[in-house]
Design a protein around this ligand. Structure first.
Ligand SMILES: *Cc1c(COP(=O)(O)O)cnc(C)c1O
Length: 397
């Protein structure tokens, strides 16, 4: 009772609340939390059958766990993906999605505007295993085409990108990948599965940091890889089982429950972010506002078509460079200084000295990450209070 019927089509909100639900004999309303590392077998024959894959039950929580399975099934249903596998963090998901199938001699083309950890894995970790890469300006389809080589196996991108909110044409890049016989991997954290489902545009693999909007309340780390059955069977499953970046059942329970309210939270955050972006654009100490939902965003048309709404992140530049940006951060009374994002609490960060500090000044300039730039993750507080806090802090410049 209360579980979704297999094969039947349900609306997104129903999938968010009930997807993957598997009740125990106790008929608990909330998903059960199976805090167990192992499973007992009825007989040695059953243990043998489990290991051979002839009996579908659980073997060991590094391989699978009922609470983690519920979370995986729910997020797969939301994304419209055949399967999902949960990982301990978003970075574990990205690393697994790359290393589970790439090998020595392979090549990756990636948009250079990406999360710092992803850039480290592609630029620093992959080359140690003989996997080379070309980083390009992901907004340019010509740059993607020019980056592809005969040994290119993966195109990797993030859209909108952190922190400059550049938008990349998913369908066009998926076509380029498939013509080259490569897979497209999309890090869909900023858009969330509520606004953008990259598989609908041809992406082969989608990864999330569930730490961000999926939890959305700053509690747990988590990650997800979504893919098809064939990729799971041939590459991902065996890699995850034997390298062990598993999600804890506790985190899976928190994140699975959080999915129930994801649509409501993301839509409210987007509405607040749109209002804040407009408010910032009217402030005299704000020199530039970057928000995909505003008509002055260079790719507003593409963003509207691909995401519908503008997202929950607003990036802006202030007068006075780094001193100006720091003055604003110091004067804030409600918004927290934090590099996390997608949280119910509004959070602000100065990318050039935090998330993008590891890059050379040239690499930052190439990305458009300036010293006067602030990235605001708009939360669920009253937008009028966030606006008041920003307005008073901008006076500190
Ligand atoms: C946070 C983030 C990650 C990494 O996720 P963790 O859960 O922190 O490991 C990857 N990509 C993007 C776009 C992110 O924002």
């Amino acid at each position: 009772m209360g579980e979704l019927e297999p094969g039947r089509r349900y609306g997104l909100k129903t999938r968010l609340v009930r997807g993957g639900l598997k009740r125990s004999a106790n008929q608990e309303t909330s998903e059960a939390m199976y805090l167990t590392s192992g499973y007992a077998y009825d007989s040695p024959e059953q243990a043998e059958a489990r290991f051979k894959g002839e009996d579908a039950g659980y073997v060991y929580s590094r391989f699978g766990n009922p609470t983690v399975s519920m979370f995986e099934e729910r997020i797969a249903l939301i994304e419209g993906a055949p399967v999902a596998r949960a990982t301990a963090t978003g970075m574990a998901a990205v690393t697994a999605a790359l290393l589970c199938h790439l090998k020595q001699g392979d090549h990756v083309v990636a948009s250079r505007a990406m999360f710092g950890g992803c850039r480290y894995v592609i630029e620093e970790v992959l080359p140690r295993f003989g996997i080379t890469s070309t980083l390009i300006d992901g907004r340019s389809l010509d740059a993607w085409r020019a980056g592809v080589k005969p040994n290119t196996k993966v195109l990797f991108l993030e859209t909108p990108a952190n922190p400059t909110l550049e938008v990349i044409d998913l369908r066009a890049v998926a076509d380029i990948a498939h013509k080259a016989g490569a897979r497209l991997i999309v890090d869909n954290v900023f858009a969330t599965p509520i606004l953008q489902r990259p598989m609908e545009y041809g992406a082969d693999i989608v990864v999330y940091s569930a730490t961000k909007h999926i939890d959305g309340q700053g509690r747990c780390l988590g990650g997800v890889v979504l893919c098809d059955e064939k990729f799971l069977k041939e590459h991902l499953q065996i890699f995850l089982r034997n390298t062990g970046p598993s999600m804890s059942p506790f985190n899976a329970w928190v994140l699975g429950k959080a999915l129930e309210s994801l649509d409501l939270r993301v839509r409210a955050m987007c509405e607040h972010a749109a209002a804040i972006a407009d408010m910032l654009a009217r402030e005299k100490n704000v020199t530039r506002v970057i928000y995909p939902g505003r008509p002055d965003h260079p790719q507003h048309t593409l963003a509207s078509a691909q995401m519908g709404l503008g997202g929950s992140i607003v990036t802006f530049e202030v007068a006075g460079g780094k001193r100006g940006a720091f003055a604003v951060e110091r004067a804030l009374k409600l918004v927290d200084i934090s590099n996390n994002l997608g949280d119910a609490k509004s959070l602000i960060t100065h990318p050039s000295t935090t998330t993008h500090f590891r890059l050379t000044p040239e690499a930052r300039a190439e990305l458009g990450v300036t010293d006067s730039m602030l990235r605001l993750s708009v939360g669920l507080e009253d937008p009028a209070d966030i606006a008041d806090d920003l307005a008073q802090s901008l006076k500190a410049i």
